[in-house]
Design a protein around this ligand. Structure first.
Ligand SMILES: Cc1cc2nc3c(=O)[nH]c(=O)nc-3n(C[C@H](O)[C@H](O)[C@H](O)COP(=O)(O)O)c2cc1C
Length: 369
């Protein structure tokens, strides 16, 4: 069984991850992990923090001579911002945050953990944690690549701007997205999205949006129809929804399908010239009955607008019980492009997990067999 845990605070010394169950003999490309970390830090509309952090992974266990050994893999990513916080943190000079910020984990976390200070909650709820997940996902991608499975993504919508995605193969769209500051494969819509972000910034406001993640060359039969927690669509939805600020997930164009007739939605099968069974369309997003069906897996996710807005929300000071506005913390205006990279990591992770389950084996060699 593959699993991972992360630890670390947003402004603490570092982020950590431990991966368990990765088969032995998988070559690990550290620069490819760092490249994924770099991709997570890109995107028009991010905060100044992205100029401070230059994420690099350190592998502290489970990899010897560039290959996994089957032992737990330990990863560490330093928080460069820690240097700006260390003294205040260690000398206990950080003011308590007693006014919870709407849209954040603050209030529920303060009540749940009986705290009068939101800081311990926001330090861990922060999406800085996703740097560790992207490093884990990069290793999952490297396992998938051994079986020619690839994962990519692009942004379809930012705020009110809905992109007209060109009808090109996914691999081409991924390249176009990588070349766009908002990870949108349509250059015209990329500019419109950047303008929407500029407008939101000027209005002291924030934006959300929609991204799509795809996995290609996934073999038929990952996941299973037999139990709720083995269904691949359910597992993918949970993994994508676990990303901070993701509030909606669909497999394929599910919400659009809901308004159509059955004959317009379900993907007909046919025999091609090589006598291979193919599909006319992929409106199921590559999953039927909780199992991959051989088509590209397509996952769409809705991200809410960034919760910290320059225009203050209304709140209450939990200590003196007066109406108050929360302190403004440096913040992104829009983080949908970064979220799409995190979405890739989470989809890669779930597929790696399902592949290891299906093929078994303690080593890559056994998996291949
Ligand atoms: C890549 C990424 C960056 C984010 N950056 C910020 C940010 O700068 N400011 C903010 O208020 N929320 C940001 N968020 C969202 C919050 O972390 C999230 O909304 C909050 O922790 C509450 O969790 P929930 O929205 O999942 O309920 C970001 C999310 C992601 C995925």
């Amino acid at each position: 069984m593959l699993r991972f845990l992360t630890a670390g605070e947003s402004h603490g010394p570092c982020l950590l991850a431990i991966i368990e169950g990765m088969p032995a003999g998988l070559p690990i490309d550290v620069e490819a992990i760092n490249h994924e970390l770099w991709r997570r830090q890109q995107g028009y509309g991010r905060s100044h923090r992205m100029n401070i952090e230059k994420d690099q992974v350190e592998i502290l266990g489970g990899v010897i001579k560039g290959e996994t050994t089957g032992a737990p893999i330990a990863l560490r990513i330093e928080n460069r911002d820690w240097l700006n916080w260390k003294e205040k943190w260690e000398q206990n000079r950080l003011e308590p945050l007693t006014v919870p910020r709407p849209g954040h984990a603050d209030y529920a976390g303060m009540v749940k953990y009986r705290l009068k200070d939101a800081r311990p909650i926001l330090e861990r709820a922060s999406a800085r944690e996703t740097a560790a997940r992207v490093a884990v996902g990069a290793i999952a991608k490297q396992l998938l690549a051994q079986f020619d499975i690839t994962v990519g993504s692009y942004v379809c919508q930012i705020g009110p701007v809905i992109a007209d995605i060109p009808p090109r193969p996914y691999a081409e769209l991924w390249k176009l997205a990588d070349a766009s500051e908002v990870r949108c494969p349509s250059p015209i819509d990329s500019e419109r999205m950047k303008s929407a972000i500029d407008e939101a910034r000027r209005a002291r406001d924030t934006l959300g949006g929609i991204f799509e993640v795809q996995a290609l060359n996934v073999p038929i039969g990952l996941g299973s129809h037999v139990h709720w927690d083995r269904r691949l669509d359910a597992r993918i939805a949970a993994a994508i929804m676990s990303i901070q600020a993701i509030k909606g997930v669909e497999i394929g164009p599910a919400f659009e399908n809901a308004g159509l007739r059955g004959t317009q939605v379900h993907d007909d099968l046919y025999l091609n010239e090589e006598q291979t069974i193919m599909r006319v369309t992929n409106r199921a997003g590559g999953i039927e009955g909780g199992m991959s069906n051989g088509n590209p897996i397509v996952v769409r996710a809705a991200m809410k607008p960034i919760a910290t807005t320059g225009t203050p929300h209304q709140s209450v000071d939990v200590v003196n019980l007066h109406a108050a506005t929360p302190a403004y913390q440096r913040s992104d205006i829009c983080a949908v492009p970064a979220a799409s990279v995190i979405g890739e990591a989470m989809l890669a992770w779930v597929l790696a997990e399902a592949l290891v389950e299906k093929l078994g084996g303690d080593s890559l060699e056994e998996m291949r067999r």
